[in-house]
Design a protein. Structure first.
Ligand code: PGA
Length: 245
């Protein structure tokens, strides 16, 4: 059985005071949830304070990115050891906004995954097609290329707690969710692309306008193992509803 994951991707939202307020409010509301994994991925500047609030709770902390070197002259970057030191367990890698605005490629995604694994951070690796790619019928090609590129030279022995998030770009922040059938089709396809030894145990999350109104039908799909949630993870009420879907 794959324990479901509900992960909040806060993107570039919340100051320290806002983040701490959120953490204090949500902790007691989900304290009784043990049959699923809850993750919050806030911006870097609030990670340390969020760990003070959450690291002894059933809510895990994740970062939104990491650089592949451990240290060095890389202005503006943050490394695996730094994320470990502030209490991160997970790290999002290759989000479509990183690919679209910051030049992330399958090759850099692969380097970041290797860096995360080296430092025992569990990667949440994002893939997904753009609207024109869905419309011209290349969804499966695009996703296959992204998966093969991301996991190049990563062996089954290293495949510890890798999480994949299928996020159709046209569904992110748009209010348009993929139908459960559309999502399931791609999730099943992704699972077939994974090494046989790890395919059944790997969690594949869906992301793209997940909200309380659609979470149940998405989670009812056999290959959807959780959600990577942007907008609806920013409010305590809606994130609690998602966690307790
Ligand atoms: P959204 O974002 O839930 O706001 O669509 C999801 C994501 O980008 O991870």
């Amino acid at each position: 059985m794959r324990k479901p994951i509900m992960a909040g991707n806060w993107k570039m939202f919340k100051t320290e005071a806002e983040a701490v307020d959120f953490a204090k409010k949500i902790k007691p509301l989900v304290a009784d949830v043990h049959d699923r994994i809850i993750i919050i991925c806030p911006p870097y500047p609030v990670l340390s304070k969020m760990c003070d609030e959450l690291c002894n709770s059933n809510i895990a902390l994740g970062a939104e990115n990491l650089f592949w070197e451990d240290e060095g002259a890389f202005t503006g970057e943050v490394s695996g050891p730094m994320l470990k030191a502030v209490g991160c367990t997970y790290v999002i890698i290759g989000h479509s906004e990183r690919r679209q605005y910051f030049g992330e490629t399958d090759e850099t995604v692969n380097k970041r995954i290797k860096a995360a694994l080296k430092h025992n951070l569990y990667p949440i690796v994002c893939v997904g097609e753009k609207l024109e790619e869905r419309e011209n019928g290349s969804t499966f090609n695009v996703v296959e290329t992204q998966i093969k590129g991301a996991f190049k030279d990563i062996s089954v022995e290293q495949w510890d707690n890798i999480v994949i998030a299928y996020e159709p770009v046209w569904a992110i922040g748009t209010g348009k969710t993929a139908t459960p059938e559309q999502a399931q089709e791609v999730h099943a396809f992704i699972r077939k692309l994974l090494p046989e030894e790890v395919a059944e145990g790997t969690r594949i999350l869906y992301g793209g306008s997940v909200k309380p109104a659609n979470v149940k039908e998405l989670m009812a799909q056999p290959d959807i193992d959780g959600g990577l949630v942007g907008g609806a993870s920013l409010k305590v009420d809606s994130f609690v509803e998602l966690v307790k879907y």
